[in-house]
Design a protein around this ligand. Structure first.
Ligand code: FAD
Length: 250
């Protein structure tokens, strides 16, 4: 696969620890991508080994499948992290290589009655990418629950996009689950605790429901176990864990 060339267009803060980075994409062929997919950004370890880190495309897609020459990613900084070090010192106009798009964390062609899109942190970005397709499925009668876990309000990334859809459609529900600090002025659906605490109240219908889990690996494992225990068939629980590949060693 010929690498894509990404040129940084801009970087903006989403909160104290998270940024939105916009890249221009140049590729031999137009880059065709499905909402929910990710790219692998290429980095060189300090010992010279080539490696990568994966980032979901955070842009709101014009259609579920589209071509892109510009895209956003959301990056949470990790102390001492390789990608963190490189991306945080990158300047507008600098470029880097990437490959992709990859991944099957996408809405399936068959429409379900109820969608539970569950995330922590930057794990919400695939759902932001899907917003236009979500709107189409809402118009066809589906119901969506975006269940977003964060420690406090600052972690509710891209919240305005989800709130806007909630205001437009009765069938769209945006549920912030705040585990450490509640807002001074709580939102209408704010919950205290983890996403799993919120999900525990549901009875799932194995015929018509589907769930997506994205972000912190512990959340993905715990919520997966809960959904399975509550009767959700495993093929209807889609998972994407935000982890780094093991360091390459000599
Ligand atoms: C499919 C996929 C999609 C992803 N999408 C995104 C995305 O959209 N946005 C995003 O920010 N990340 C995303 N990730 C995670 C991302 O690829 C990196 O793992 C992350 O950015 C950390 O990389 P780093 O090089 O800065 O830190 P690393 O050099 O990988 O890690 C440095 C140290 O910190 C630890 N560490 C790594 N991550 C964390 C963490 N979250 N919290 C605490 N300690 C940690 C490591 O174990 C290691 O000890 C995704 C991962 C996958 C597999």
């Amino acid at each position: 696969m010929t690498p894509l060339k990404l040129t940084m267009q801009g970087i903006s803060s989403l909160n104290d620890n998270t940024v939105n980075i916009r890249f221009k994409v140049e590729s031999d062929e137009p880059m065709e991508v499905i909402a929910g997919q990710f790219l692998r950004l290429h980095f060189t370890q300090n010992d010279g080994f080539e490696t990568f880190r994966s980032y979901s495309i955070a842009s709101i897609f014009e259609a579920e499948k589209t071509t892109m020459d510009e895209l956003d990613i959301a990056v949470s900084w990790v102390a001492g992290g390789l990608a963190t070090e490189k991306l945080s010192s990158m300047q507008v106009g600098e470029n880097m290589e990437a490959t992709g798009p990859y991944g099957r964390f996408c809405l399936l062609p068959d429409r379900h009655e109820r969608y539970f899109l569950i995330a922590t942190g930057t794990g919400v970005t695939p759902y932001r990418a899907m917003l236009k397709e979500i709107e189409i499925r809402l118009q066809q009668g589906s119901e969506f629950y975006v269940v977003m876990g964060a420690q406090d309000e600052s972690g509710l990334l891209y919240e305005t996009d989800f709130v806007a859809l909630e205001q437009a459609y009765d069938g769209f529900h945006y549920i912030p689950c705040l585990s450490r600090k509640q807002r001074d002025e709580a939102g209408p659906n704010d919950q205290s605790g983890y996403v799993q605490d919120y999900l525990a109240q549901y009875e799932f219908n194995p015929e018509n429901d589907i769930a997506y889990l994205c972000g912190n690996p512990d959340m993905v494992d715990d919520a997966f176990a809960l959904l399975k225990e509550k009767g959700m068939p495993v093929p209807q629980i889609k998972r994407e864990k935000y982890i780094s590949p093991p360091a390459k060693k000599k």
